[in-house]
Design a protein around this ligand. Sequence first.
Ligand SMILES: [Zn+2]
Length: 63
Amino acid sequence: MFSAVSHSPDLPDRYVCERCHAVYAGTVVRDDDDTRHFEAPSECAACGSTAFVAFEQYVHADV
Ligand SMILES: [Zn+2]
């Protein structure tokens, strides 16, 4: 999955489905200038919801 390119600490963000709380790794999106960032999945594979919250926000909001 991951190559040895390592000049940036780009661990994937994680996202939590707001409906069923399944956790997904962010999808890598490559921008025009070749930087990468992560986006939530477009749809939850488990329940079909399109509402996701960032994992860090989910943890902080729910504890
Ligand atoms: Zn779901």
